[in-house]
Design a binder for this molecule. Sequence first.
Ligand SMILES: Cc1cc2nc3c(=O)[nH]c(=O)nc-3n(C[C@H](O)[C@H](O)[C@H](O)COP(=O)(O)OP(=O)(O)OC[C@H]3O[C@@H](n4cnc5c(N)ncnc54)[C@H](O)[C@@H]3O)c2cc1C
Length: 511
Amino acid sequence: MKTDVIIVGAGPTGLSLACQFIRYGINFVILDKKETTTPYSKAIGVQARTLEIYEQIGLASKLIEQGAIAAKARMVVSGEVRGEVEFGEMGKGLSPYPFVLIVEQGKHEKILYDFINSNGKDVLWQAELENFSQDETGVKAKVKTANGETETIEAKFLVGCDGAKSPVRHSLGLTFEGSTFERMFYVADVQIDWKFSHDALHAFLMKDTLLAFFPMTGENQWRIVGTFPEEFAKDEGEVLYEEIEDRIKHDAELNLDITKVNWFSTYKVHTRHVNKFSEGRCFLAGDSAHIHTPAGAQGMNTGIQDGYNLAWKMALVLKGKAEKKILETYNEERLENAKNLLKTTDRFFNLVASPDAFLAYFRTHIFPYIAGVAFSIDAVKKFVFPRISQIGINYRHGSLSETDGNFSVKAGDRMPYFTIEDASIYDRLREPKFHLLLYSDGASDFQNFAAELKNEYASMLDFSVAPLYPNIAEIFGAKTSFVLLLRPDNYIGLISSEVSVEKLKEYLDKI
Ligand SMILES: Cc1cc2nc3c(=O)[nH]c(=O)nc-3n(C[C@H](O)[C@H](O)[C@H](O)COP(=O)(O)OP(=O)(O)OC[C@H]3O[C@@H](n4cnc5c(N)ncnc54)[C@H](O)[C@@H]3O)c2cc1C
């Protein structure tokens, strides 16, 4: 079998990468040792940036239809509600999706899989990567298929989306340094009878453990996530469900009746990242490259964005429009992001569950009472939302980012969201191409510029001119005409007050 890219693993990272390759018209084979998509709820928090990415292929609305917006959180101390935070519209004006969407990973993966099927492709299920080799020209993978035979698949590139234990990472000899939390986590999807309404996340704030209830679709259905205390010395797999239920009831300190258990699991949490996202023609994405605490619902969303970053670069190389060197910027941009992510999730986890006396006091005696007010302040929302929703991730220091002029939005930032005449700017940015946006103050008609661009770059670049509306001038901090070159992942590659074909040429030649 011959193809362009082998994707190992059809979890959310592999499936969403396959969707991107379909978008770019790239040939691929995606395989997984499992029989089909996961039936479990696993990752339930879908962030705004993921929805913005899915919007380009018509999947955002499908996901939203199957999920629920996380509208508020109640903080519970000793069985009583001590505070409430509204965050259903926390990112209003910052993204077309100003919320966190709650939808089970099983449903999420099915939507991605249906998209793949509807484009005439399928996953090679029950197919296990046994080993692979690579040279200057390509990769050869030996795969054990459902009928027990070993097949060889040849490709130009291989992407290991094969989860935390990643055989691809091991074979490449890459390291996965970090640490493992002492405390055991549990997760349970259950039906509950209790006094609290089903319209909010309930966070139980305690001295040294973590307990949170997330409302799920279906009557009285909840996802419970919690930790055992440090002295609980069992291993994953040794814990009985009864021990989890006892723990929940002990920590919640209130009457609750768990009437049905749909799924439960225990796990140790690691904080680790790979030393390098690629080796030769082989790449890593998702949990194979980074794992961390579930604080902030970031893991799956980060894997989806790894793939989104890699896909356009690989597509350009496979189509002969860019040098292979551009693939080095995948490691440059996503390794930096993974390192930052581990720091923030560790900090966030400490805030919500550290046994440190000061933090424990703050959590149980101060935070619940001030949180509601704090989160209603615009400046707080503007600080918190970009960090949680992943719209604030930037590649400002990357080699593909070039800012020429004094702007408040820099090259390497995601294209900010705004509307023009009630239409989202993103409606114009769905084509899998570079987008050149020229915001004109009217001093020149730029006709020669437009004509030259059409001649030289029509096949890879979409060009549009718009007036420098006041809201655009304010967002970008621009007083005169300027030009924006967006990469196919809608990150700003070049922002410049010099509107010339030479400037663009110089930038595109680098790619
Ligand atoms: C309880 C819990 C709650 C979570 N909540 C959230 C959340 O709300 N939001 C969020 O963003 N993240 C969350 N996460 C993290 C999220 O689940 C993971 O980050 C995500 O599943 C990673 O996706 P992946 O595709 O990279 O890896 P995986 O989902 O692990 O998929 C890897 C795939 O590779 C396949 N595979 C492995 N080896 C081979 C081989 N040799 N050959 C063929 N196939 C192979 C496996 O069968 C598997 O299907 C949560 C995790 C847990 C445990």
